[in-house]
Design a protein around this ligand. Sequence first.
Ligand code: ATP
Length: 299
Amino acid sequence: MLDANSEPVIRVSNLKRRFRRAEALDGVSLEVPRGCVYGLVGENGAGKTTLIKHILGALKPQYGTVQVFGKDPVREAVAVLADIGYLSEGRDMPGWMTVRQLMRYTAAFYPKWDDAFAQQLLSDFELDPGQKVRHLSRGKRALAGLLIALAHRPELLVLDEPSAGLDPIVRKDILGAIVRTVADEGRTVFFSSHLLDEIERVSDYVTVLSKGRVVVSERLDALKDGHSRLVIRFDTALDRAPDLPGAIRVTGAANEWTVLCNGRRDEVVAAAQAINGTLVEEGPAPFDDIFIAYARARK
Ligand code: ATP
């Protein structure tokens, strides 16, 4: 359950990280409340994995701070990592181990390992315990990684591109169900994805990163309620997008233009009318349109 009063599970303040050529994170701040599913979305190279590495304490902030469970994940790595389940983007696991060995090996690190739950996941994921990790398909490897991330029932589950390599049914049915169950139990899921439908389906909160900066960070329902999509028809064909104050993005051609706006709907309609435009359609903005409007705004 969401508890607005409790201390955030993750608190990142003005985090900056520069690699030799890239400004990977440029003043990122966010707070992840306990018991929610928090989606981090951004195009390739936006800084998602770099942010996750800071949350795990694998990178030390060059500037700004990161706290997980109220602790510094670099200085208090053991205490923080004991309560995190992590699925890496590269799914790095010892390839020579069988799935059974991998489970036994991982269990040794976690006093809270729940073997009955691990066996249940093994069967739900249709994993062969005798198969070597290196012989698993990409999808099954992701599921093996998910199993060992989940089976110690961590307070925080961190998933870096969890659905990469999963087929659509597994992605929708298994991953979605797991992520929601973890949050319903009062634990927290922080996951990165570039799949907008997935973020939209399971997240309570969403942060959009673009070139190392947070461009949107909000509850998903508030984000969707706050934006609308208008279709405007003009008496004469326009050879370029009309300038409509209050519009976040304008796309279309000739007489018909689609406008995404954020709360300033009346202003957009009035500006369109002033140049002989008529509102012909109005509805909620699709999440992918909202994402594109913000992620592309910094190009
Ligand atoms: P993707 O979806 O492609 O994994 P991402 O959003 O996870 O992308 P990051 O991997 O965090 O993005 O990379 C952000 C930027 O930092 C990129 O420009 C990347 O090339 C750069 N970068 C990341 N790690 C390093 C590193 N170890 N050395 C140099 N540059 C790096």
